[in-house]
Ligand binder design. Sequence first.
Ligand SMILES: Nc1ncnc2c1ncn2[C@@H]1O[C@H](COP(=O)(O)OP(=O)(O)O)[C@@H](O)[C@H]1O
Ligand SMILES: Nc1ccn([C@H]2C[C@H](O)[C@@H](COP(=O)(O)OP(=O)(O)O)O2)c(=O)n1
Length: 680
Amino acid sequence: MYRTAFLDLPALATAGGTVSLPGSKSISNRVLLLAALSQGTTTIQDLLDSDDTRVMLAGLKQLGCTITPDAVTPGQPIAVTGIGGRLPAGTAATLFLGNAGTAMRPLTAALAVLGGNFEMTGVPRMYERPIGDLVDALRQLGCQIDYLKDAGFPPLKIGQPDFSAWSDAPIQVRGDVSSQFLTALLMALPLQAADKAITIEVVGELISKPYIHITLELLARFGIQVHNENWQRFVIPAGSRYQSPGAIHVEADASSASYFIALGALAAATPGQTGVRILGVGKDSIQGDIRFVEAAQAMGAQVESGPNWLQVGRGTWPLKAIDLDCNHIPDAAMTLGVMALYADGTTTLRNIASWRVKETDRIAAMACELRKLGATVEEGADYIRITPPASATGWKAASIHTYDDHRVAMCFALAAFNPAGLPVRIEDPQCVGKTFPDFFESLFAVCDTPAQQIPVICIDGPSGSGKGTVAAQVAERLGYRLLDSGALYRITGLVATRAGMALEATNAERIAALIAAQQLEFTSDQRVLVNGEDVSLAIRTEEAGMNASKVSAFPAVRSALVGVQHAFRALPGLVADGRDMGTVIFPHAPLKVYLTASVQCRAERRYKQLISKGLPANMQALFADLEARDARDMHRAAAPLKPAEDALQLDNSTGTAEEAVQQVMDWWAARQPFAPAAQG
Ligand SMILES: Nc1ncnc2c1ncn2[C@@H]1O[C@H](COP(=O)(O)OP(=O)(O)O)[C@@H](O)[C@H]1O
Ligand SMILES: Nc1ccn([C@H]2C[C@H](O)[C@@H](COP(=O)(O)OP(=O)(O)O)O2)c(=O)n1
């Protein structure tokens, strides 16, 4: 997951390949609660690991459920041993539920029926999300729920219910604000239906029926057969009792699939690929959002599907504008809003009033961000109408505000396919953690763009000037990959020395062949492996640096390493540190920095660095070595160390590393097309 303040997506060109989707959030949290309420242990496969499931798991542990392992581990099932329909008398807890509506609503209902002493809390946005209709429904039954702040909204206090006054009358609940209220009741009321049936009556039109369908399907798996009377009345039969199904599998999120369905529809296919293949969800899905496929087809997508997969390619191009009632696909429909940017006319998405009370006011958010990209947008109480920019020149480079809303972040990533070739900035990219923590990694894995579109920031300079330190921090702030090219020469020196080769010009070809035959691996935590052996420390000695300087003078060695270095240029971008990044390896890089510092200063820093790593160091020897290394690196014939003509020079003798990093970030920001006010 990208934890940067913003993530810049370069202009993307094509898509193709296979993407495996994470488990559905709606199914994950429903299954967790149902398993927790049941008798027995439920082994859950493919549970989503996200903010929402984490708060749910934490809440269930507080209620006394046993959960093994403690947290979701990729590829491993998680086992939940339930409470068997009742809590020990006097159970008390304060549950923090973040911004997870899928935890707040059903847990409130279940705990209000079970009784105890609970406080239901969350983040400030949670306190703006209505829950009054659910509380009103539960009070009809005799549940004790009080508002701790504003009436109608969390936080809540839950006490011991008194069912004595309840006359068996149907429990009424509004269906036109959020179907999560009905879902919450459907999951909580079986706890009270051991002796007599309970009927729930929906007041007003029921929105988001597909989510109720998921709830009913899952209830059936846990032993509760609800009679659905035309989506108006739901009867939970007497004798209902939660029973674990033993094992259950969580389908992938059909709304997460929407971004990749849209991707297949709007991106040209990467040569050699036949569109985008999506694994984890297919045409037999129990999720309503799978009907996004029909909407995408109406816009021109070509879709094939099977039991657990979808295959999507570009069909009609440009896409066809549509006018669609989106009540059946409330979440996935946001993706249509961005697809509309690539359509041949004005698209209208109707019946989306529920967008206003989601993670943010999604109608307002979509309208604002689509306009930033150059679209003409009309918004109404329950619709949005989008006209794309008239031509490529009408597109604007935008910094997309994401409102702590995962879906805004994910759907706007698709704007990177704009015909103007503009990058798109996604602010606060980690908000995707709510449902799809590795969304951007998954996207980059199936997208392609010509190498020259992928930004590279080059940081060259002499030994000890601070290149490595500054480059690593700039890469971290931007979410870019990092190339420590010096490590390649250090490895070359190491393997040649180990092979008993003298580091002399007469051996240059043999050394070049030797390094070309090694299996090199650079891990995300900056370790370096050669044929599986971790050499991170072995290449950091001063001797290794000197040996690197020697082998780096051989043209054969330099050319053997060119391909390896170019391969680092991958989405979303690269920061490359070395001697010839800007002059030879990435001559067209959009930003080149030449970092210098006095020899005295560099020697002192290197001394401290070596000592802190527990490596031997001598100030005088270091000083002499640096001068020797500078001389060799600067005066060799092949790719000598010198500033590229278009490099910006930064004297790093006096300031802090942080100041140098900020200077590079400022230079980079100045070269970006985003408006200064929007810089992250
Ligand atoms: N202003 C500064 N910029 C960069 N590094 C600094 C600065 N001040 C002190 N240092 C320290 O100096 C050392 C620089 O070494 P390094 O980044 O490996 O340089 P290079 O990659 O250019 O050889 C690090 O230990 C770093 O913590
Ligand atoms: N792009 C590069 C990077 C390093 N080299 C050579 C020259 C340097 O003396 C050695 C070691 O580089 P490295 O950046 O690891 O060394 P320092 O950390 O700056 O001391 O490799 C090179 O020739 N070209």
